[in-house]
Design a protein around this ligand. Structure first.
Ligand code: ZN
Length: 199
């Protein structure tokens, strides 16, 4: 890659941080950016530079928020007896699109994977248990990826939350095995939510 000017090499290296972007694609993006007017590049860099200032994670549910109050935690508009556990803030948007769930969310932020050092402590269970009792949740829906890590985490949550005497249900089968929730189409996700089963 030494054939390119240094600034271009740096840009290519930065672009390769993005998921699914390898050397060839990063090079294509970088050369495309070079053809853009300066103002457009400044706008892009401004959007990226201020992203984490403008968007925060809600301290309660850990979903994304760009206002003072979290829309996902608005109990005047949502059913506060239902709690849906998801692994990433992005999953909340996928579930909202199904229009079949009006409860609250809880983003775990991590899935169990002991081999990669992702153990139960990373799930911050005490905060989750606190929320469940504080909000007087009546049903917990575990909506995690249909992967080994997702399954292991769901079983662990069932075991731990079962001690609270609250029904824990999981998205119905029909989710393709090995698929992250964000890649599941709205129709399949809607059916999985409606057909959720106590497990
Ligand atoms: Zn929230």
């Amino acid at each position: 890659m030494s054939k390119y000017p240094l600034a271009l090499q740096q840009l290519i290296a930065s672009l390769k941080m993005l998921p699914g972007v390898g050397s060839k694609t990063a090079e294509r993006f970088a050369f495309h950016l070079l053809t853009r007017p300066s103002e457009s590049l400044e706008e892009l860099s401004e959007v990226i530079a201020t992203l984490k200032i403008k968007i925060q994670n809600c301290p309660e549910c850990h979903c994304l928020m760009d206002k003072e109050v979290c829309e996902f935690c608005d109990i005047n508009k949502r059913d506060s007896s239902l709690l849906c556990i998801i692994s990433s803030p992005k999953d909340a948007y996928a579930i909202e699109e199904t229009h079949t769930f009006r409860g609250l969310y809880h983003v775990l932020g991590s899935l169990l994977s002991p081999l990669d050092g992702r153990t139960a402590e990373r799930l911050n269970l005490p905060q989750l248990v606190d929320r469940i009792s504080h909000l007087k949740i009546k049903e917990v829906i575990v909506a995690l990826d249909s992967t080994l890590e997702g399954d292991a985490t769901a079983l662990y949550l069932k075991e731990q939350l079962g001690k609270l005497g609250i029904p824990v249900s999981r998205l119905a089968l029909g989710l393709p095995m090995g698929s992250p929730l964000e890649y599941v189409d709205v129709g399949t996700l809607t059916r999985a939510l409606l057909g959720r089963q106590i497990f």
